[in-house]
Design a protein around this ligand. Sequence first.
Ligand code: HEC
Length: 102
Amino acid sequence: MKNIILTSALIASALISAPTFAAPAKLAVCAACHGQDGNSPIPGYPTLAGKDKAYLVEQLNAFKNDTRADAVIPNNMNNQAKGLSDAEIDELSAHFSTQAPK
Ligand code: HEC
C-alpha cells in the first residue's frame, strides 16, 4: 500500500513538472522578427512555422555560406546564420517546423 501511494505521488509529480520542451537558446533573437512560434509579426518577414525542417536547415546554411543573399535586410540573415552552430541550426529548424502556421 505504501508503495502504491509512493508510486502515485511520483507519477503525479512527474506529470506536474513534465517539461514543455526547452526552447532553443537562440530563439529569442529570431523571435523578434519571426515570432516565438515562427509566425512573423512583421509584414514581409517570412513565417517559418510549419515549413519543412530540411528546407529551413538548407536556407540557414545557404545564408551562412553566402549562397543565399538576404533580399529584405541586406546581410541580416547571413549574419544571423553565421552566429549559429550546426546544432543550433538543427534545433531552431526543428522548433519552427513543428509550430502551427496561423
Ligand atoms: C532583424 C530581423 C530578423 C532576425 C533577427 C532574424 N530573421 Fe530570419 N529572416 C528575416 C527576413 C526579413 C527574412 C527574408 C530574407 C529574404 O527573403 O531574403 C528572413 C529569412 C529567414 C529564413 C528563410 C525563410 C524562407 O522561407 O526561405 C529562415 C530559415 C530564417 N530567416 C531563420 C531565422 C532564424 C533561425 C533566426 C534566429 C537565429 C532569424 N531568422 C533571425 C528577418 C530576421
